[in-house]
Ligand binder design. Structure first.
Ligand code: XMP
Length: 514
């Protein structure tokens, strides 16, 4: 394993992903973990991430020197680079040499371990206030910028490397190559981690955990729960029962996709609970977004719990395991995250009631989203499921601004289906992260159709591009595609006489409207 030491601000996750893209398994550990504990994991290499602090700020995270003396190769990036410099006797100071954003890096030692085969001038992404002016003894300076004399250094003998910039971001043109040089050349690691290993390992682990008992899995129609269920199905076959709660807030065709395609691909046993009426009754008269989310979450747990009880009665009390599609970012965020503001209360399928005791099976706990997709592909799940764009647990319930009713849902389902169809037809599915289609049910505007005046509702298109949904930009879709969607929605969907485009990034806007 390669450990990525997290100094905050979300850089660590991106680094861990890049290491895995280099086919080397990586895990994130908090910077507060004692060095002895890190070393006990027998890491093949350690990467120190960037972070928001200045090394001189009061309470700034520090590192035990022992980390650099254990004989394990270390690569410091940005804050990690400065920490390495100061800990080993180099000089870092606040000399006013600030650099933010794209910066030209001059590589002075082209044949160095990190920069071998990369151009002497390259574009890198910087984000720092302090700068290193002298490397520690025994280190060779390998690159600089106009304002920073020491922008990269290495000590090949001790296998210690550092760069002031962020090689993990795409704006650093040779970042991935530099990272791979550290892993393969510096640390001597063979790139052999693949999702095939993951499937084999997880199948064995699930068999060992569940034994001859039974497991239940809640399917949401999303990628994560589908892949988790398919993995468990592969491991324990008919000992697994999948439960799909149809809350009536799904998009057109999605329930059928789970009922047919998922079952066809996996052979899993599936129980579908039709709870549309129950959810709509509970949502009647409610327009407040947080209240809607809470109601949907609560009803979901109740329905799921009831289904579990029925399965327990049928299958006997040996049903002891609940499968969940928890991903690595959730694990990192719930373990390391402190003081993160609750922007929206997210609802996940299979929220666990207190009074039923299940042991959790979470076969995707080590994986990032793109890796989950690869595992799904490996397991033979259809493209439509594996490449499905994210869809929120509360479904279309939070894409109707205003009260949720059956009529409004049907209208939104039609508009959404048109938008999805046209985006797919234009070949844009891979370019966008997702495209919420939102009905402003409480807004009306005047229009003209045929010879008559209309007084209908607007539909909002919210196409975004993103790498992890934490931040997002609005997608610059071709005008022809937007025009096609607009024309079709206003022609084909009754009561909609206007289509508008949301051109807000996140932040300040969230991806969903509620
Ligand atoms: P926001 O709107 O917070 O959305 O920018 C970020 C991502 O999360 C999805 N989302 C949810 N997913 N349960 C989920 O499983 C939820 O309650 C939920 N709310 C938002 C949203 O679609 C986007 O991908």
């Amino acid at each position: 394993v390669v450990l990525v030491v997290d100094f905050g601000a979300q850089y660590a996750q991106l680094i861990a992903r890049r290491v895995r893209e280099a086919r080397v398994y990586s895990e994130i550990v908090p910077s507060t973990m004692p060095v002895a504990e890190m070393l006990a994991k027998n890491p093949r290499a350690i990467i120190l991430s960037g972070g928001p602090s200045s090394v001189y700020a009061e309470g700034a995270p520090s590192l035990d020197r022992a980390l650099f003396e254990a004989g394990v190769p270390v690569f410091g990036m940005c804050y990690g680079f400065q920490l390495m410099a100061t800990t080993l006797g180099g000089t870092v100071d606040d000399n006013g040499a600030r650099e933010y954003g794209r910066t030209a890096l001059a590589v002075s030692k082209a044949g160095s371990t990190l920069f071998e085969g990369t151009p002497t001038e390259q574009s890198v992404w910087m984000s720092h206030g302090d700068a290193c002016s002298a490397a520690p003894e025994g280190f060779t300076v390998t690159a600089s910028t106009d304002v920073v004399p020491v922008a990269a250094f290495e000590n090949d003998e001790k296998k210690l490397y550092g760069v002031q910039y962020h090689p993990e971001v795409l704006h650093s043109t040779h970042g991935q190559q530099v990272l791979e040089h550290f892993l393969y050349r510096g640390a001597g690691i063979e790139p052999n981690w693949t999702t095939t290993n993951v499937v084999e390992e997880q199948v064995a682990a699930i068999r060992a955990q569940v034994g001859d008992k039974r497991a239940i899995c809640g399917l949401s129609g999303g990628v994560d729960s589908a892949v988790a269920a398919a993995l468990v199905q592969k491991a324990i076959g008919s000992q697994l029962t999948c439960v799909y709660v149809d809350h009536g807030l799904m998009r057109k065709g999605e329930t059928e996709q789970v009922e047919k395609d998922f079952v066809a691909a996996t052979g899993a046993k599936l129980v579908v609970v039709d709870a549309e009426k129950r959810f709509l009754d509970a949502l009647a008269g409610v327009s407040d977004p947080e209240q809607k989310r809470k109601i949907i979450g609560r009803e979901f747990i109740r329905v799921f719990e009831q289904a579990q009880l029925e399965i327990l009665q049928e299958d006997g009390p040996e049903v002891a395991f609940l499968v969940q599609g928890t991903l690595y970012p959730d694990v990192v965020e719930s373990g390391g995250g402190t003081g993160t503001a609750n922007i929206k209360s997210h609802h996940n399928v299979g929220g666990l009631p207190d009074d039923i005791e299940f042991e959790l099976v979470e076969p995707l706990r080590q994986l990032f989203k793109d890796e989950v997709r690869m595992v799904g592909q490996e397991l033979g799940l259809p493209e439509e499921i594996v490449q499905r764009q994210p869809f929120p647990g509360p479904g279309l319930g939070i894409r109707i601004v205003g009260e949720v009713t059956k009529e409004r849902l049907d209208l939104l389902r039609d508009a959404d289906a048109i938008a999805r169809e046209e985006l797919t037809r234009a070949g844009l599915d891979r370019d966008i992260w997702q495209c919420p289609v939102v009905l402003l049910a409480d807004v009306r505007s005047v229009g003209v159709q045929g010879d008559g005046r209309t007084y209908g509702h607007p539909i909002v298109l919210r196409p975004v591009s993103s790498e992890d949904a934490m931040t997002a930009d609005w997608s610059r879709l071709p005008y022809e595609t937007l025009a096609k969607i607009s024309t079709r929605i206003t022609n084909e969907v009754a009561d909609v006489n206007r289509v508008v485009l949301d051109v807000t990034s996140k932040p300040p806007g969230t991806i969903e409207w509620e």
